[in-house]
Ligand binder design. Structure first.
Ligand code: BGC
Length: 494
């Protein structure tokens, strides 16, 4: 239930990186709406994801995974060890907390685990939105804000929550950014993503930042598990279903993790653990090989706060789809009379068109595309649009979303292929569940459809029947609390 995945809205980059807003310009281009058609055709061509492209992406994903497992820094994919060596069994008991920081909100969750028969007896959560200025402010300010939210949540508990004497409250901390884990309860932030640009955190132990902030708040809690949201999702989904092998996040950002054998990780140089298995956080958002990108992707990347990074994420995740479409529409409006002879001011505002807007336009099956008209008017200030223009807008949305969904599907197949190759028959020969979390997947039916179609095209209908892509709502929060229980300092037999 990462905040990052609960929605798929854009985090607007800090003002310093925003492009100046263009003034309404009279369009000199002749040719009416039709002059936008060649741009649309070219976009569709550049975004196309025929089977050959999907296959290439899936194979490259598998190859990059292997390279990242062989040595740190050898691949776009960091293949980060999660230090999650044992998954929840269902026997976990007691009171645990989860703290979830990943996007525009953070969430605090309290869960009472009742063991095999009772499972999740009770859970309660609170969500707080993070002020925009904290996303590009200083580390202390951000963590003080989070710790004070946590303190308020705990202060409200009153008598109904009873803690065992002498025990601290234990937290599973889900942090949805790339971290180099140093143990199950510590890890160093590699970099911020998804529009966050908090100064001074990269290179620091994130748990230590939280601990210091909790201390300043006089809050005596202990982080027992520190995990990525994909890892939390896998743990949460596995609690209910033993066939879960992979977890994918498709929300504001994107990521995937999976269960790997310790002896298939050369960079561990023979090191092993009790179970012989661990969860690997791929950080697949950084993947970049063989992607069909357009001039709009490249410009968006260049003007982002992290140019050259997270290229897969920028092509497939919720934060960026609306922005790519906006850029394509802006170009069309500039060279044709797509929206009459003016380019609306608002169409030049970065990130003004959000993925939920795309989704609403994409659903519009009315004769005159009235929803498209309404959204164009409300969000980008198009006062009048012809049916022909609206149709073009809907087709631009479709081209970008189709590419995103199909590439995400190819990424999933890449992971499954890698796993299958290492353990013949253990993936495609039986039911294998891919646990999915994130607002983009949850709320965008066409995206879901395109993703599933790509999986079926790549695997063929027989093998793909065994691959179940299952949405697990709020999985990463409960998952983190479960991992806090699994890694509890105390006996969880209450
Ligand atoms: C981060 C990942 C995270 C994903 C989904 C990406 O931007 O790098 O760590 O899992 O977003 O929230």
């Amino acid at each position: 239930m990462s905040a990052a995945v609960g929605s798929f809205t854009a985090v607007v980059p800090p003002p310093s990186r925003r492009r100046p807003v263009a003034r309404a310009a009279r369009c000199s281009a002749a040719g009416g709406v039709a002059a936008a058609s060649p741009i649309l055709k070219n976009l569709q061509l550049k975004c196309a994801t025929p089977l050959t492209v999907l296959r290439h992406v899936a194979d490259a994903m598998a190859a990059d995974m292997r390279a990242g497992l062989a040595a740190d820094g050898a691949s776009d994919l960091k293949m980060i060890l999660s230090y999650v060596d044992s998954l929840p069994t269902g026997n976990e008991k007691g009171l645990f907390y989860a703290l979830d920081l990943g996007g525009t909100n953070f969430r605090v969750l309290r869960v009472q685990l009742g063991g095999k028969d009772n499972r999740v007896v009770e859970s309660e959560f609170e969500q707080v939105s993070i002020p925009q200025e904290l996303m590009s402010g200083g580390t202390e300010e951000l963590f003080d804000f989070i710790a004070s939210g946590l303190a308020r949540f705990v202060a409200k508990e009153g008598e109904k929550v009873r803690l065992h004497q002498g025990r601290k409250r234990e937290i599973g901390f889900t942090f949805s950014f790339p971290v180099k884990q140093t143990s199950i309860d510590s890890g160093i932030l590699i970099k911020w993503t998804k529009g966050f640009a908090v100064s001074g955190t990269a290179g620091k132990d994130v748990v230590a930042c939280l601990n210091e902030a909790m201390k300043r708040q006089g809050l005596d809690m202990r982080v027992s598990a520190f995990v990525n949201d994909a890892v939390g999702t896998l743990a949460g989904a596995r609690y209910w279903d033993d066939d879960v092998m992979v977890a994918v996040i498709l929300g504001t950002g994107t990521n995937a993790c999976y269960i790997e054998r310790m002896d298939a990780i050369p960079k561990l140089q023979g090191l092993t653990n009790g179970s012989g298995k661990t969860i690997i956080n791929t950080e697949w958002g950084a993947f970049s090989t063989g992607l069909p990108l357009t001039e709009f992707d490249k410009d968006m990347d260049q003007e982002s706060i992290n140019p050259g990074e997270q290229i897969f994420e920028k092509a497939i995740s919720g934060m960026y789809l609306g922005e790519i479409v906006r850029r394509a529409l802006l170009k069309m409006a500039e060279v044709s009379a797509l929206f009459g002879d003016y380019v609306p001011d608002k169409l030049s505002v970065p990130y003004v068109l959000r993925t939920p807007d795309l989704c609403a336009m994409h659903q519009d099956d009315s004769e005159d595309l009235e929803a498209v008209d309404l959204i164009l008017n409300d969000t980008v200030g198009v006062t009048r649009s012809s049916r022909e223009a609206r149709k073009i807008v809907a087709e631009v949305c479709d081209a970008i979303v189709k590419r995103g969904g199909r590439l995400a599907g190819a990424g999933i197949v890449g992971i499954l292929q890698k796993m299958e190759k290492d353990s013949k028959g253990l993936i495609f020969g039986r039911r294998t569940v891919v646990a999915m979390d994130g607002g983009l997947y949850e709320h965008y039916p066409q995206y879901r459809k395109y993703l599933k179609e790509a999986v079926t095209e790549l695997l063929g209908s027989e093998a793909s029947e065994n691959v179940i892509v299952e949405h697990t709502k709020d999985g990463s929060g409960i998952g983190a609390a479960l991992l806090a229980a699994t890694n509890s300092k105390y006996s969880t037999e209450v």
